[in-house]
Design a protein around this ligand. Structure first.
Ligand code: G6P
Length: 609
């Protein structure tokens, strides 16, 4: 949600910043801009829309600066137009800022500055910050930023430059991520490692309440309160190939096809065949601790929330642990009883930066509970602040619609269920069966991907429909929600997911011969029930698309289209059954000419509440 990138060094700054912006474009694409302090003042370029628009605007331009900051925006305050695009410059034209986050007390600060005659040009909350920095500047950019931040209430990741100090950038974070990259005789800073990994893998993660002064030959890190902090340098363990499309038409398709590998990576070294269990050392829980868990509460948003719903079914039915799933955004503001001892909070987040999930996790810990996380992005805030956690190792996910992170979350949840279950009621024989089923999953995912051609044909038939319904029961009810979400996100078709039996309580009124209904009807304990639900749709002329178990040929007589997926343990089925739904959403969106990787109004990582 808004991406920041900056560079100081000997190389030409504009191409480097543009390249960094493109790697961050998944964070927002309403507008973008660049600021470079030069001897003639601060050079600024901004454009509405995607980075390609900015790139053509500055095509052929050369700027004599070696320091620059850049931003790609997901609008919060102020329309997504050119005026409101970052960087923002103060009234004197000597200071420029890029900002990710929200300044809560901006109207009060703006009123005070306006009273003192400071003119404002934009509708953004960010402009107040650069005006304040300029207003407070005496002879040091660092101390002006510090004094300004002292007066600010809100969240921010910022980078500030001034032509008074053309070799210095000041960055600070409170609630929005910032990473410093150390190159050879050059420095980078950005919201995400992706913006710099082509040039350096040595990084420092800033914490909330910290700031850094960055120059070509080094940096100093301090708290915003001006106390020096020593920071560890981390080595990023992936490279550029992981964030390129690698011959696929879209990142989303690449990531769908990445799933056999990413699921294998989630399990790598974690399955213990001889002990019929798994090991997730990062959870920091002994067998004894696992036995003492009385209740699990999941906190998550979006697709990660759907993964949590599957986790709830898994943990209750296999490990016998009472489990609930909370929307992080609700939990953080909800008055609820103090969690009983033995409550374990589990946050699920691909990015590890979702503002609501982070705040909910902090709230849970503040109330004295233990919180662990299932997180994909290494070094992200949620990963660092949890009491323990599991990295998914799915690799970078760039497509805004989450795919491989979801199946890796389910894989991690399955391993967690196995561990907690083995410490309680799962027998060794059952444990063995589960470990073997997990081990077979990557090949079965590979098999499932072969349905791609058949799904494309179905997509062609229904891509023009205005509505879709997705129905499933048990473990596959959250998959129905996820299938509907995928379609909504990238094709803009209205879609709803329901537990199949709930259909009779409302959605059935929508069914006519124009309504495609996608059933996830694998042969599990409640197979007969879902067949009855399919009949109810057929009786009303709905078009039935079924995801069924391999070998279930009989189901064809109830359906217009059948997609078969391999058989596995019931609780692992969602890892396979969601894949045809990801592909269906993808093909429908492509046929409709939608922007698959960067759907309108969305952002990959929602770092504002
Ligand atoms: C955004 C993304 C979704 C994602 C959700 C939660 O809405 O577009 O794909 O599921 O945030 O993100 P997280 O990184 O916490 O899993």
């Amino acid at each position: 949600m808004c991406g920041i990138v900056g560079y100081i060094g000997e190389r030409k700054v504009l191409p480097l910043l543009l390249e960094g912006l493109k790697r961050l474009e998944y964070r927002g694409y309403d507008s973008s801009g660049i600021a470079v302090p030069t001897e003639q003042g601060i050079w600024i370029a901004k454009e509405k829309g995607k980075i390609a628009a900015l790139e053509s605007e500055i095509n052929g331009v050369s700027v004599e600066g070696r320091l620059g900051i850049a931003h790609t925006r997901w609008a919060t305050h102020g329309a997504p137009n050119r005026t409101n695009a970052h960087p923002h410059v103060d009234g004197t034209g000597h200071f420029a800022i890029v900002h990710n986050g929200i300044i809560d007390n901006y109207s009060q600060l703006r009123a005070e500055l306006e009273e003192e005659g400071v003119p404002f040009e934009t509708d953004t909350d960010t402009e107040v910050l650069v005006q304040l920095i300029s207003h407070l500047y005496e002879d040091s950019l660092e101390s002006a930023v510090r004094r300004a931040l002292d007066r600010v209430v809100g969240t921010y990741g910022i980078a500030v430059v001034s032509d008074n100090e053309p070799g210095t950038a000041v960055i600070a974070r409170n609630g929005s991520p910032l990473v410093i990259g150390i190159g050879e005789d050059e420095m980078f800073f950005a919201s995400d490692v992706a913006a710099m990994v082509a040039h350096t893998r040595q990084v420092i993660y800033l914490e909330d309440g910290e700031m850094a002064v960055i120059r070509q030959n080094g940096h100093t890190t301090k708290t915003i309160g001006n106390v020096h902090v020593d920071k560890d340098v981390h080595e990023v363990d992936w490279d550029l190939t992981k964030i390129e499309r690698g011959g696929f038409a879209h990142f989303m398709l690449k990531e769908i096809y990445d799933q056999p590998r990413s699921i294998r990576d989630t399990m790598r070294g974690r399955l213990l065949l001889d002990r019929a269990t798994a090991k997730l050392s990062g959870l920091n829980l002994t067998d004894e601790d696992s036995r003492e868990i009385r209740r699990i509460v999941f906190l998550a948003c979006g697709t990660s929330w759907h993964a949590a719903l599957v986790g709830e079914y898994m943990l209750e039915s296999l490990a016998g642990i009472p489990t609930e799933v909370q929307y992080a955004s609700e939990f953080r503001y909800r008055r609820s009883p103090t969690p009983e001892p033995g409550t374990l909070f589990v946050t699920i987040s691909q990015s590890g930066e979702t503002a609501d999930t982070l705040a909910a996790m902090r709230e849970a810990r503040r109330r004295g509970s233990r919180a662990v996380g299932l997180v994909n992005v290494v070094g992200s805030t949620i990963a660092r602040e949890n009491d323990g956690g599991v990295y998914l190792h799915a690799g970078p996910e760039i497509g805004v619609a989450s795919t491989k992170a979801f199946t890796c979350q389910l894989t991690a949840l399955a391993m967690m269920t196995l561990i907690f279950g083995r410490a309680r009621e799962i027998s060794e024989a059952t444990g063995h069966g589960i470990v073997q089923s997990l081990d077979r999953l990557p090949d079965q995912v590979e098999e499932t991907l072969k349905t791609d051609g058949a799904i494309r044909a179905i997509a062609e038939q229904y891509a023009d429909r205005p509505n879709f319904l997705y129905l499933g029961r048990g473990y596959n009810f959250p998959v129905a929600l996820e299938g509907a979400l995928k379609l909504k996100e990238i094709s803009y078709i209205h879609a709803e997911g329901y537990p199949a039996a709930e259909m009779k309580h409302g959605p059935i009124a929508l069914i006519d011969d124009n309504m495609p209904v996608v059933f996830i009807a694998t042969q599990d304990a409640i197979y007969d029930k879902i067949i009855a639900n399919i009949q109810e749709v057929r009786a009303r002329s709905g078009k039935v698309i079924v995801i069924a178990s391999e070998g279930d040929e009989a189901i064809a007589e109830h359906a217009d289209h059948v997609i078969h997926i391999p058989r596995t343990h019931d609780f692992l089925t969602p890892i396979l059954s969601v894949i045809p739904l990801q592909l269906l959403a993808y093909h429908v969106a492509v046929i409709r000419g939608c922007d698959v990787d960067q759907p309108r109004n969305l952002a990959k990582s929602v770092t504002v509440e």
